[in-house]
Design a protein around this ligand. Structure first.
Ligand code: NAD
Ligand code: TYD
Length: 354
């Protein structure tokens, strides 16, 4: 069996970073299976579009026939499943797409992968892996003095997004337990870095601050997230794929807990340093807005299992990662222009009006 991986959702933020990183290995071939929703952007992968080791299939993971044909044609040794609806605020306004892709889509994909895997002969069958990329949001919200989420923390998802991801995690677990499918699940904290769609906090702040627009902070700005640079997440996924034990889950995080308001201050100050705006401080743009309904107060990840068992550790500190990220958005104006046209504007106008 050759070294080919099918990646679902590879035109999104983390998936495209993962593909670009993995393609640096000359022996790797990747098939990217992506529906290209508003969050999927083929421009992210322009640099490898003509590489014969890269192949793109536009499709919905719920389309079982297309998934079946793709698996039969490319004979992957692994699936890395990123495809999802991923924005909490959108899940509050319209949960249906989240059930479609995250729950029913993951189920359809699992069924087709199970059939494909069952048809493999040994040793390919033993070597095969299905890696499911999930989130720390499935664990719910922490109090200020609670220990961080570990792999044994009980699930308590609070948003429709988190509930749909929790459901998919349970399906993956059941497919290992019942059918023996060699699954791996990763639950990661908030990512930041290049190619993140600017509806999420960090790129939204960078672009608004750069354009002199208000910086919307939900509630009191004291909600805490645990931030990880996207390339560190991708390396963790690669480590789990290579050495993780089937049936296991691995929590991934950067031990970088920060209240939102601190993120806002850091971005303002960095932009004032790198790209000063004629005597005014970006901090003047900070605007407290109505809180997100059911807004989880604190997330934090205990990543000791992956550090201990797979020798993974993040390479970037929060300072180096944030600097790289801010610079990337400043240097990639064409990318920004492209993604902030059309439907993006509608979302911003509807979500932040009043
Ligand atoms: P994203 O929204 O940027 O990208 C999702 C991608 O999936 C897009 O390319 C989209 O076109 C594709 N997609 C959506 N529905 C599809 C369908 N039905 N069939 C095929 N493709 C479909 O998401 P992201 O931030 O890159 O997150 C990727 C994964 O990582 C998700 O599963 C998410 O839950 C998980 N995750 C994200 C974070 C984070 O901070 N962004 C943290 C932890 C885990
Ligand atoms: P987000 O990037 O949507 O990730 P998640 O909700 O999955 O953690 O939001 C990160 C944090 O930033 C979260 O606490 C909500 C907050 N936030 C704001 O304060 N203002 C905003 O405009 C957005 C999009 C998020």
């Amino acid at each position: 069996m050759h070294n080919l991986i099918v990646v679902t959702g590879g035109a999104g933020f983390i998936g495209s970073n993962f593909i670009l990183q993995r393609m640096r290995d000359e022996s790797a071939s990747i098939v990217n299976f992506d529906k290209l929703t508003y969050a999927g952007n083929p421009h992210n992968l322009e640099s490898i579009a003509d590489n014969p080791r890269y192949h793109f299939v536009q499709g919905d993971i719920i389309d079982r026939e297309l998934v079946r044909k793709t698996l039969a044609r490319h004979q992957p040794r692994a699936i890395v499943h990123f495809a999802a609806e991923s924005h909490v605020d959108r899940s509050i306004r319209g949960p249906e797409d989240f059930i479609h892709t995250n729950v029913n889509g993951t189920f359809a994909l699992l069924e087709e992968v199970r059939a494909y895997w069952s048809s493999l002969g040994e040793p390919d069958r033993a070597r095969f892996r299905f890696l499911h990329v999930s989130t720390d949001e499935v664990y719910g919200s922490l109090g200020p003095n609670d220990p961080p989420f570990s792999e044994t923390t009980a699930y308590a998802p609070n948003s429709p997004y988190a509930a749909s991801k929790a459901a998919s995690d349970h399906l993956v677990r059941a497919y290992h337990h019942t059918y023996g499918l060699p699954t791996l699940t990763t639950n990661c904290s908030n990512n930041y870095g290049p190619f993140q769609f600017p509806e999420k906090l960090m790129p939204l702040l960078i672009l608004n601050a750069q354009q002199g627009k208000p910086l919307p902070v939900y509630g009191d700005g004291k909600n805490v997230r645990d931030w990880l640079y996207v390339e560190d997440h991708c390396e963790a996924i690669a480590a789990v794929l290579a050495q993780g034990k089937p049936g296991e889950t691995y929590n991934i995080g950067g031990s970088n807990e920060k209240p939102n308001i601190e993120i806002v201050y850091r971005i303002c100050d960095l932009l004032d340093e790198i790209s000063p705006a004629k005597g005014v401080s970006r901090r003047e743009l900070i605007t407290f807005v109505k809180d997100r309904p059911g807004h989880d107060r604190r997330y934090a990840i205990d990543a000791r299992k992956i550090e201990r068992e797979l020798q993974w550790k993040p390479k970037e500190t929060f300072d180096t990662g944030l600097r790289k990220t801010v610079r990337w958005y400043l240097e990639n104006e064409a990318w920004v222009r492209d993604v902030t046209s059309g439907s993006y504007r509608e979302w911003i106008a509807t979500h932040y009006s009043g």
